[in-house]
Design a binder for this molecule. Structure first.
Ligand code: G6P
Length: 364
């Protein structure tokens, strides 16, 4: 069936707004609403010693978010690599490694080649894919579907959050299978995951406050995104989204790495966007923002309203829903996407078909 934009101006805008549903559908594949259990979905995580994720673009950042969860919740060592590097560098892999391809289309040439190579090495393989009839879905032993539905906008949004939702739920299942998560913690984490569609819907109401911020953003030549923990890969995703559709140069950095280079770029014309949920590293991120503000850099801090105010002139706040740290990458993905979207709309670019980009890169 033809997919239509309906009331929306662009497919990207429509797809951003579909995320409460697409995340809900995806989670229902991995979590049992009745029992409150995380399902292992055809993989015996107790027998896996290592996970190797391969992906490109936005899917690579989803994989990195997954890595934080697999290591923290399941004590499972996890590597994540860009497929175009992985496939040509003769990586050293051990047999008890589970190779996981993450891809919206299931057709990206480098990711598919990496998956095929891992399979030929005798590794167990799985694919987190949105197109369930794709080459990767057929090639992998285990299919871990996302249920984002067809994604038309070239810049990925709902496929990304679906990938993140699937990986977070699988990490909980892995933690249970490996004896790292007890029944009470499993119930807490599953409950948090099931709350994410509602909190994503709440984040969509940040619309107006994000739009207000993009008036300044659209004038910038360079933008810095900062985050710690799972907010670091999300910061890189935010920078990628902004580059892709608004053509503004942006970089995503680990907030703690700021003083090792990017702080040299800070001036009045270079905005910094900070992704700062109230988690165990909030204070660390806040002190990095003070460093930016002290050097005259405009700071936009995306954080819950109840988060303390970092001292320092020039720190502008945008309130995000308060949420369990596990689901912060899902909730904060929304303001990150809206920032890129409204900036691009202001600049008048072709949001759904950005110059030089393809939806799926099936040739090298
Ligand atoms: C292209 C798209 C991106 C996407 C990447 C990987 O670059 O423009 O949005 O993240 O390919 O695609 P995949 O289908 O493998 O997720």
């Amino acid at each position: 069936a033809m997919v239509e934009k309906g009331e929306y101006r662009h497919f990207m805008e429509k797809e951003i707004h579909e995320q409460p549903d697409s995340v809900q559908h995806t989670l229902s594949e991995y979590l049992d609403l009745v029992t409150g259990a995380a399902k292992t979905n055809a993989v015996d995580f107790a027998a896996v010693e290592r996970i190797q994720i391969v992906a490109c673009g936005t899917a690579f950042y989803a994989g990195q978010i997954g890595r934080y969860a697999f290591e923290k919740l399941a004590g499972l060592p996890c590597d994540v690599e860009i497929a175009s590097e992985f496939r040509y560098r003769s990586p050293a892999v051990s047999k008890s490694t589970l190779a996981v391809a993450v891809s919206q289309s299931g057709e990206t040439a480098d990711t598919l080649a990496s998956l095929t190579w891992c399979k030929a090495q005798g590794l167990k393989t799985a694919a987190v894919v949105n197109v369930h009839s794709s080459s990767m879905a057929r090639e992998a032993e285990v299919l871990w579907p996302t249920h984002a539905g067809p994604e038309i906008g070239v810049a990925s949004t709902k496929a990304f959050t679906a990938q993140v939702a699937a990986l977070l739920a699988l990490a909980v299942a892995a933690g249970v299978a490996r004896g790292r998560i007890d029944a009470a913690t499993e119930a807490e984490l599953v409950k948090a995951l099931f709350e994410s569609p509602r909190l994503i819907a709440e984040a969509l109401r940040m619309d107006g406050s994000i739009r207000a911020v993009t008036q300044d953003l659209a004038k910038a030549d360079d933008v810095l995104f900062l985050g710690r923990g799972a907010m670091f890969p999300l910061a890189m995703e935010g920078a990628l989204k902004l580059k892709e559709i608004s053509y503004i140069h942006a970089e995503g950095y680990a907030a703690g790495e700021l003083k090792h280079g990017p702080i040299a770029l800070i001036d009045e014309a270079t905005p910094t966007i900070a992704l700062a949920p109230l988690d165990e590293v909030f204070e660390k991120t806040a002190s990095n923002l003070q460093e930016v503000a002290a050097r005259g850099g405009p700071v936009i801090m995306i954080a819950p309203e109840k988060a303390p105010d970092p001292h320092g002139a020039g720190i502008r706040r945008v309130h995000a829903p308060d949420c369990h740290p596990l689901i912060a990458p899902l909730v904060y993905a929304v303001p990150v996407q809206l920032l890129a979207y409204y900036t691009a709309v202001q600049k008048g670019t072709d949001v759904d078909q950005p110059r030089n980009l393809a939806k799926s890169v099936t040739v090298e």
